[in-house]
Design a protein around this ligand. Structure first.
Ligand code: ADP
Ligand code: MG
Length: 266
């Protein structure tokens, strides 16, 4: 529990309308600090749009409250300042800049307020800590462009850490990662998730099974069901809509599920 006490993000009746098409349709969600919350569902379910709405990139209606702040009354940059960060399905690091420079840019938001005009003397302690946390200390001076796919995603997570994001909304952070990279990412999220509120969008059921505390399943803009991994796996509706086929596929054959999810990528 942080000094702020019970940090959580509360979403009620969230809807997003694209010219009459309801991409999100009355979603309720409570995201608690210290829980790794996974958001799953077939392609087009509305997962990315949900994150877009919570971060001010698309207009959402309904209620989204973090602490005493009404997110829908804030602009995108104010939402970042309120401690809510997100990553995108495609990495957004600056390839030509070093790992450290990428972190520096991300941290600029906060540094500006207390170090304005001061010359930089070495690497700030909080950035050192982040480099260690994301396992990129040895690569700090290398251009981000040479990083492996997984390392780029870790750098993006590091950029949220230097921003001191208390809520992290991660859009398919392990897509395209090797099995080892996935495990390392899951462990990283567990470490940093204790004092944060983390939402992970992911298709791969193997990964979800290994790391999710709580899972919300979306379908066609609505929450189909939510619960523990065991609870949602036991739910026939999940097997029907998520897999588009019958029976024990979720339990029996994670590799096939992952392959299918990758094939559907959009
Ligand atoms: P997911 O991330 O779960 O795959 P998305 O949130 O990207 O799904 O998309 C949900 C639905 O909203 C899809 O049908 C998609 O085509 C539609 N959609 C997403 N963004 C827009 C947009 N800017 N304009 C119109 N439709 C959109
Ligand atoms: Mg998406």
């Amino acid at each position: 529990m942080s000094a702020r006490g019970m940090d959580y993000l509360e979403v009620q009746g969230l809807s997003v309308d694209f010219d009459g098409f309801k991409a999100i349709d009355g979603v309720d969600l409570t995201l608690l600090q210290g829980e790794l919350h996974f958001l799953i569902g077939p392609n087009g379910a509305g997962k990315t749009t949900l994150v877009d709405a919570l971060t001010g990139l698309v207009k959402g209606t309904g209620l989204a409250r973090y602490g005493n702040q009404d997110l829908f009354a804030l602009k995108a940059h104010q939402i970042v300042r309120a401690g809510i960060g997100r990553t995108f399905q495609t990495a957004t690091v600056f390839d030509e800049l070093s790992v450290l420079q990428n972190l520096d840019i991300a941290g600029g938001l906060h540094r500006r307020t207390w170090r304005l005009g001061l010359p930089r003397r070495g690497v700030p302690a909080e950035v050192e800590t982040v480099l260690e946390t994301i396992g990129l200390s040895a690569l700090r001076d290398r251009p981000a462009g040479i990083l492996a796919h997984g390392q780029k995603q870790w750098l993006e997570i590091g950029m949220l850490l230097v921003q001191d994001a208390k809520v992290m909304l991660l859009d398919e952070p392990v897509a395209g990662m090797s099995a080892e990279e996935r495990d390392e990412t899951g462990e990283l999220l567990q470490r940093i998730g204790r004092e944060r509120t983390i939402v992970v969008i992911e298709h791969d059921m193997e990964f979800v099974r290994s790391f999710a505390d709580k899972v919300t399943v979306m379908h066609a803009g609505k929450v189909l069901t939510a619960g523990t991994v065991a609870e949602i796996q036991a739910d026939e509706r999940v097997q029907e809509v998520y897999l588009g086929r019958t029976a024990d596929a979720v339990n029996a054959d994670p590799a096939a599920v992952a392959a299918e999810a990758v094939g559907e990528e959009g």
